[in-house]
Design a protein around this ligand. Structure first.
Ligand SMILES: Nc1ncnc2c1ncn2[C@@H]1O[C@H](COP(=O)(O)OP(=O)(O)OP(=O)(O)O)[C@@H](O)[C@H]1O
Length: 263
């Protein structure tokens, strides 16, 4: 089941020796259950830090991260994560890689049921014929598809994607966007996507949050008004082009390259 995610007045700094680097500054953000939020912002503003806080891997200096209004105080097994580098274990086949979280989190399924679930996900992403291959026998895009299956196999209530498609070529990336939307239609999770790609943010998300430069705060929130059954073509509609232009302008403001014009 998906969860409501709350980032409430969160501030965080990294301390190295005597030096403190403030990264997030009273950040507020809510993701309603089942919705997908993309976070964009200047390089180094604190996006990956936000994912570490949302997953419970790190605690904020102040403020709170909540899931269904419950404060997150430690790493949670009901989170699924996928990163730019899929990091699959070469000594395991693809299906054995996908099933790995089921060996770590608590559940009441048999090994066979776990393998069935993994095989079903691999089928959904078009990897049915590759489940017994080793990671090195797959292309980068295929490995990333497998890593998405691994992130979803234990039915996480929150899926965190940190630039998962960043290293792929443009066409493979667009294929994966489409696969991601199909997975979203079939599985029940709340999504948090970190990306540098504005088209990706608009295609995958229900809302796009633009963070300011470091220490980051929430600078702008865009509600994506494209239809649910969007296709890549949907990104070329006047509506989408206008959203992308708005996001681009907001990023330039966040980077300090452009001044905000008072309304
Ligand atoms: N473990 C750490 N210790 C100290 N400083 C860190 C640590 N992790 C990140 N930082 C610093 O915190 C800042 C924010 O890093 P973070 O990775 O969250 O940014 P980001 O927005 O994801 O960056 P990018 O868009 O370039 O991937 C950076 O200046 C980074 O150098």
């Amino acid at each position: 089941m998906s969860v409501d995610v709350g980032i409430e007045n969160v501030s965080h700094a990294y301390t190295t020796g005597q030096q403190s680097l403030p990264v997030l500054d009273k950040l507020n953000l809510t993701i309603p259950a089942g919705q997908f939020t993309a976070v964009v912002g200047p390089s180094g503003c604190g996006k990956s830090t936000l994912t570490r806080l949302a997953s419970g891997l790190m605690a904020p200096d102040s403020g709170a991260v909540t899931l269904n209004e419950e404060r997150v105080t430690s790493p949670r097994s009901t989170v699924g994560m996928a990163f730019q580098n899929p990091v699959l274990l070469e000594w395991r086949t693809i299906i054995e890689n996908v099933v790995l979280p089921m060996e770590i989190v608590k559940h009441d399924l048999t090994r066979n049921q776990c393998l069935k679930r993994a095989a079903k996900l691999l089928e959904l992403v078009g990897l049915a014929d590759f489940k017994h291959k080793r990671p090195s026998e797959l292309s980068g895009g295929m490995r990333q598809r497998a890593s998405l299956c691994r992130a979803l196999v234990h039915k996480p209530d929150l899926l965190i994607l940190d630039e998962p498609f960043g290293a792929l070529d443009a066409f493979t990336r667009e294929d994966l966007w489409q696969i991601m939307r199909e997975l979203r239609g079939r599985e029940s999770f709340t999504g948090l996507l970190i990306t540098h790609d504005l088209r990706e943010s608009v295609f995958l998300a229900d809302q796009v949050v633009v963070l300011s430069g470091r220490p980051a705060t929430c600078q702008y929130v865009l509600d994506v008004t494209l239809p649910e059954d969007r296709r890549i073509d949907s990104l070329y509609t006047p509506e989408a082009v206008e959203m992308l232009a708005t996001l681009r302008e907001q990023i330039e403001i966040a980077q300090g390259r452009k001044q905000e014009v008072a309304a």
